[in-house]
Design a protein around this ligand. Structure first.
Ligand code: ATP
Length: 330
């Protein structure tokens, strides 16, 4: 399995370096052959080579099966969105779940399945004098394929899907998304919720959600909210899945305010690596990484954002050590 690793900007190199220790420990423990190549991309690459995604970076990503990416700063659109679009990574999976010992707003255990390559993020924006326009693009195929991913998750969970739109106002595009999505969800419990109500419910009663299926922009916003309800942005992983390739990344940004201080929480990126192992079909390694994260938190190994005193590096090292001695049968 070829893995391209983009450390990214801000706290990216710190959280990715901690995660690589965990990935390498899991690869050793479960005998997973990984060919890892580190890619220079993002603000740093833009300054150094004049391009946030230099040709060499595209070459490595092109030939990789999967990408593990840290957050990218100012050039996020040229790196993150460009990779999502180029390889049609159409489903963005963002679980929100409480973790042991982490103070949370409320109990929550849901998975967001966010459409990842359409909506207003297609980049069709225009300025005509004093008027600015952005096109919201929703297609039948784009909606149906992401709805099928939501279906797969719901079938493994509580068989409930909440479709989040604003179809009372966007009566053509959002209603189209809702109707096409519904067509793929036969036999499951399906409800529709407007995005404003969903934001409120995520704070008021988040345990009512199981799988949340939504469009690109609403998903972008609601998943930050859900991550904070679960405890911290620093704990929230994500996967960008296409038919051939996938990219795994924390949902948080480059957090320049805390970069270089060794206090960034690497768990969001480490849990993204667990999602990567799952995607590779290595449930054993995925379970070990998740289990090790939980065990470390139970032992109080945590960064300051969740009330601990450990450094980024220490958290990575301890989780890697737990993975290394994880029973192979679990
Ligand atoms: P973007 O717009 O790219 O999402 P942002 O700077 O607006 O980025 P984030 O970087 O996602 O927002 O994070 C907001 C704040 O949350 C940060 O300034 C930081 O204080 C905190 N934060 C984010 N990620 C982490 C992390 N891994 N560990 C600790 N704190 C974090």
């Amino acid at each position: 399995m070829k893995l391209a690793v983009i450390p990214g900007d801000g706290i990216g190199p710190e959280v990715v370096s901690a995660t690589l220790k965990v990935i390498e420990a899991a690869a050793r423990r479960f005998s997973i052959p990984l060919d890892i190549k580190v890619v220079e991309a993002g603000d740093v690459a833009a300054r150094k080579y004049g391009k946030p995604m230099p040709d060499e970076a595209w070459k490595i990503v092109d030939s990789a099966d999967a990408v593990l990416k840290g957050p990218v700063g100012e050039t996020a659109y040229d790196v993150t969105s460009a990779i999502r679009m180029k390889y049609v990574l159409y489903a963005n999976i963002r679980p929100a779940k409480n973790l042991p010992g982490v103070p949370a707003v409320k109990p929550i255990d849901c998975v967001f399945v966010r459409e990842n390559v359409e909506d207003v993020y297609v980049g069709a924006e225009y300025r005509v004098g004093d008027v600015a326009i952005a096109l919201k693009v929703i297609t039948r195929e784009g909606t149906a394929r992401v709805a099928r991913v939501a279906r797969r998750y719901a079938e493994m969970r509580r068989r409930k899907v909440t479709i989040v739109t604003k179809s009372n106002v966007l009566r053509v595009v959002d209603a189209f998304f809702r109707d096409v999505a519904r067509g793929e969800l036969d036999g499951l419990q399906v409800e529709e919720m407007y995005v404003d109500a969903a934001a409120m419910e995520l704070v008021r009663n988040p345990s009512r959600f199981d799988v949340v299926l939504t469009t690109n922009q609403y998903g972008d916003i609601l998943t930050d909210l859900a991550a904070q309800v679960a405890g911290s942005l620093g704990l929230a992983p994500s996967a960008n899945i296409g038919d051939k390739k996938a990219m795994f990344e924390p949902i948080h940004g480059a957090a320049f305010d805390i970069a270089g201080k060794g206090i960034a929480n690497p768990i969001a990126t480490i849990l993204s690596a667990a999602m990567m192992f799952e995607w590779m079909g290595r449930q054993d390694a995925a379970n070990a990484v998740r289990g090790a994260v939980e065990e470390a938190l139970r032992r109080g190994v945590a960064t300051p954002d969740i009330g601990g005193r450990a450094t980024t590096e220490e958290v990575g090292r301890q989780i890697a050590a737990i993975v290394e001695s994880w029973p192979t049968t679990s």
